[in-house]
Design a protein around this ligand. Structure first.
Ligand code: FE2
Length: 371
């Protein structure tokens, strides 16, 4: 039996970013470190998110979040926190930003090398008394605001998680913050969320409440992703995308699968997480299909499709309609990297909860199919 855990306080709804002033006071944060990225600031979303705080004298803003969060960026953010005498962290952005904010909070607990906190270690360094942390997503994808870890590219080249299931003090999910998200990012981050629902539902661990949440998230995401891409101002589509993303991340406790073991390996090379998941999802479903005979009809039902629908083809065609790349070749992935990618995928934690235990040869088959 997997762990049953639903422990993040969440404000959810249109206009809920106004809760930031209440939560900042509630957590006694007087000088926050704002963690964000330049794109979120340039789009005006950062200002929208913090509007309830009014005029802030000399806000401390770390906006150097890389597309994939790195150990170096976490250390730089921690240095900014220390140098300015901050007493709390507010992360505003996509999954990379929110994961980075978590990693900075972990370092504030005790600034030992970040790798010591990595969940690849048998006994990760304990996180004791991290600062208060508020997360506000501006995409509907990773669900990092309620996720159990921060996925970081460490200086040793490995992309892996820092387990921090209780580090988020409160999440504020306001779908209005996603309205200006460009079409491509809406599609790619949305497919990340959708892959979370599919992978966690297919995980062999036993956790019926999580299965129900995964299927509900899949229903919302599959129904609304195309509309959110077509019309980003559609409030209902944005609400459902954000709820589906949150649900997908609540489900992480049941474990992911080979979509994510491969995308973590490729992500360490700098490729976009959601794009990788969108590409890998149909091919991973194909390789797992033999052990998913009971679950595939339930996925179909959640997507309001006939029980015998070919989901491999369904997701391939969905990617096409969303304007996502057809394969890894289009991203510039070289076949010469397949052997090392297969080894890295075997070492990834998500590999362990794929519905069937894949071998190195299986991963090579998978990469070839997805190329
Ligand atoms: Fe993901």
């Amino acid at each position: 039996m997997a762990i049953l855990s639903f422990n993040t306080k969440v404000h959810f709804g249109h206009g809920e970013s106004k809760q930031l002033v209440f939560e900042t006071q509630n957590l006694k944060i007087k000088k926050p470190l704002f963690v964000t990225d330049k794109g979120v600031r340039a789009a005006g979303v950062f200002d929208l998110a913090i509007a309830s705080l009014g005029d802030i004298q000399s806000p401390v803003i770390f906006d150097q979040t890389p597309p994939n969060p790195t150990e170096d960026a976490a250390v730089a953010g921690f240095d900014t926190y220390q140098a300015n005498g901050c007493d709390g962290i507010i992360g505003i952005g996509g999954g990379a930003t929110l994961d980075l904010a978590k990693a900075i909070a972990v370092l504030c607990s005790d600034p030992v090398p970040l790798w010591e906190y990595c969940n690849r270690n048998a006994h990760p360094h304990p996180i004791i008394q991290p600062p208060p942390l508020i997360l506000m997503p501006t995409t509907s994808g990773s669900g990092s605001e309620v996720g159990r870890s921060a996925v970081i590219i460490f200086n040793n080249g490995i992309k892996a998680g820092v387990g921090c299931p209780t580090i988020v003090s409160v999440a504020i999910c306001d779908p209005d913050l996603t309205r200006s998200l460009p079409k491509y990012m809406t599609a790619a981050t949305g497919m990340d969320a959708l892959s979370h629902c599919v992978e966690t539902f297919c995980s062999p661990l036993i956790n019926p409440p999580i299965d129900a949440i995964a299927l509900d998230g899949l229903t919302r995401l599959f129904k609304h992703i195309e509309q959110a891409v077509v019309d980003g101002q559609d409030a209902d589509a944005r609400w459902n995308m954000m709820m589906g993303a949150l649900e997908g991340a609540v489900c992480f406790q049941k474990g992911l699968g080979a979509v994510h073991s491969v995308s973590h390996s490729l992500g360490a090379l700098g490729y976009h997480h959601g794009t990788l998941n969108a590409i890998m999802l149909p091919h991973v479903l194909a390789i797992n299909a033999v052990v998913l005979k009971d679950k595939l009809p339930l996925l179909c039902r959640a997507m309001d499709l006939p029980a015998t629908t070919d989901l491999v083809d369904t997701f391939l065609r969905l990617n096409q309609r969303l304007g996502l790349p057809a394969g890894l070749k289009a991203l510039g992935v070289e076949k010469t990297s397949f052997q090392s990618l297969a080894q890295a995928s075997l070492a990834d934690n998500a590999h362990k909860t794929n519905p069937r235990l894949l071998t190195a040869a299986d991963y090579l088959t998978l990469l070839e199919a997805a190329w």
